[in-house]
Write a protein that binds this ligand. Structure first.
Ligand code: F6P
Length: 538
């Protein structure tokens, strides 16, 4: 599969040489941007999104070589294999079939020879009837009052994507449900939620593929204690989303309803499964969840079938590889000029860093090139007032700007300095992309000079409809796996999170041992300090 070493491929070597040419002063972005027809060449539309990558430090030759690399690595072929159920997750010997979750086609999708679609459709129907009934007040707790608060317990891939989508779609949350996320084992996360909810009208959704994650287990126990301490029964107030046969799918421990998730869908790719489906359908209504799925499906089809030179997530992946491996940027900023997209960076951070933060190839050999990128971000313009000083004059990093043409709350249209807030937002997005690219070198004071030549792309969407949020989600999923297919790594396992978990287990055991002594207290500075020294310095 990856026997031919990536860095010795002709396209890779030529890219490395060409990067030196592009580093010459005459190829500064301020000059590249003067080329006529550049925007037309370096921007593409597809699946409802528009990607402008004219402010990347690219020229025709670089793009041509990157496309040649994509061809050499057969990344579209690998994408097709992934969607077709091949065991692309080689270390766990599994398929990666998140795309099947949003397929509305009649075609079967085979996993080990068995069509997964009937099961996926059944779960979608279950989600629909459960959410319809709960919203209609047909499913209630014993009080008979409709559920008003939903607390989602889960962490990592069993949390971040659902939080991103609910935050992005909050403007359509008209079902009278308040959504809370209990991810951190920090008791302050629990306490803050407990202080806001009414026990009789609260539904708890425990989301965990394994149902053994320490944080989720601890938070579930807190929830059970909270429910019972209010004279209620967890079986009337809890729903689980988990793998078949996990401890959360145990008939001796009944809950209101269990929805299954499957080993062929990884946590960070699971937003379009029941993981996102149950909370989103309760929050927005099932129809909007289905529109979200259809947006994701449209992007999957675009990624799978559009020629490489017109394929948005594939081009974005090639740009990542160019920036990481040839221009040697270690990080990437994700800056949506849209407050409801405030959780996008956190979701893509996990999606990308847990998928591609790898050091061995599919054959278990060292990758020998840098993989993955440090992803971070905040909405603009807030980001401008926090870390953009470094973006402009400190260590450079490429940025994805995301612009939304129509805001959700267009009715508030007062003017400040002659423009609406939405216009002000767009003025800033455009100005930042341009300032980073062209800079300003002529100022008597060195502290006021801007070197420019700082790359960015701008991704534009019409509005924050469920369909567009689905498209955006699937765009970043496809970009992530295309990057991995170039590097020849497995974007579907996450062994890197294990060592710390094991070590925490050892420390936990020592703590539990000490807790057996009724006089032992952990909650004071001296004891914590002593314990810290004992554990970490022997
Ligand atoms: O620690 C990482 C991780 O394993 C993620 O990959 C996963 O999404 C998360 O923990 C939660 O796992 P689970 O769904 O099994 O609780």
């Amino acid at each position: 599969m990856t026997k031919n070493i990536l860095s010795s491929l002709p396209a890779w070597r030529q890219l490395a040489d060409h990067a030196k040419t592009l580093a010459l002063p005459e190829n500064h972005l301020k000059f590249l941007l003067k080329e006529s027809g550049r925007l037309k060449k370096f921007s593409k539309k597809g699946a409802g999104l528009w990607l402008d990558f004219s402010r990347q430090r690219l020229d025709d030759k670089a793009l041509h070589l990157l496309l040649e690399l994509a061809e050499d690595r057969n990344i579209m072929g690998r994408f097709e294999q992934m969607m077709g159920g091949d065991h692309v997750n080689v270390t766990e010997d599994r398929a990666a079939l998140h795309t099947a979750c949003r397929s509305f086609s009649n075609k079967p999708v085979l996993n080990d020879g068995k069509d997964v679609m009937p099961e996926i459709r059944r779960i979608r129907n279950d989600i629909k009837s459960f959410s319809d009934d709960l919203i209609a007040g047909k499913i209630t707790g014993p009080s008979g009052m409709p559920f008003r608060d939903v607390v989602v317990i889960g962490i990592g891939g069993s949390y971040l994507g659902a939080e991103f989508a609910t935050t992005a779609l909050q403007h359509q949350a008209d079902k009278g449900i308040r959504m809370h996320f209990l991810s951190n084992v920090d008791i302050d996360n629990f306490g803050a939620i407990a202080s806001k909810i009414v026990p009789e009208t609260t539904l708890w959704i425990v989301i965990s593929k394994t149902y053994t994650t320490a944080e989720t287990t601890a938070n579930t126990l807190q929830a059970v204690k909270y429910i019972t301490s209010h004279g209620l029964d967890p079986k009337n107030h809890m729903v689980t989303v988990t793998s078949k046969g996990s401890p959360g799918d145990d008939p001796s421990n009944p809950v209101l309803k269990t929805f299954h998730m499957f080993d062929y869908i990884g946590g960070r790719y699971s937003v379009t499964s029941a993981v996102g489906g149950v909370p989103l359908s309760l929050y927005l209504g099932y129809d909007r969840f289905e529109a979200f799925l259809k947006g994701a499906e449209e992007m999957d089809i675009h990624a799978a079938t559009t020629p490489a030179q017109e394929n948005l997530p594939l081009l974005a992946a090639l740009i990542s590889v160019w920036n990481i491996n040839f221009l040697e940027y270690p990080a990437q900023g994700l800056i949506p000029y849209s407050s409801p997209l405030s959780k996008l960076a956190a979701h893509v951070q996990q999606l990308s860093m847990e998928s591609n933060g790898k050091s061995v190839t599919l054959d278990g050999e060292p990758v020998r090139v840098s993989c993955g990128s440090i992803i971070f971000g905040e909405p603009g313009t807030n980001a401008q007032h926090s870390f953009f000083q470094l973006a402009h004059q400190g260590r450079p990093f490429p940025i994805d700007f995301i612009g939304v043409l129509n805001p959700c709350y267009d009715q508030y249209n007062g003017l400040s300095q002659g423009v609406t807030n939405h216009q002000e937002l767009w003025a800033n997005l455009m100005a930042q992309a341009q300032a980073l690219a062209v800079g300003k070198e002529e100022d008597p004071s060195p502290a006021k000079r801007f070197s420019g030549n700082r790359p960015s792309s701008t991704l534009v969407m019409d509005d924050l409809s469920p369909k567009n949020i689905g498209r955006l989600l699937a765009f970043y999923e496809a970009r992530t796996v295309f990057e991995a297919f170039i590097w020849g790594i497995n974007p579907f396992d996450q062994y890197g999170v294990e060592l710390g978990k094991v070590m925490a287990g050892d420390i936990r055991k020592t703590m539990a041992e000490k807790n057996k002594n009724p006089d032992y207290r952990f909650d004071n500075r001296d004891e914590i300090q002593k314990f810290y020294l004992e554990m970490l310095f022997g």
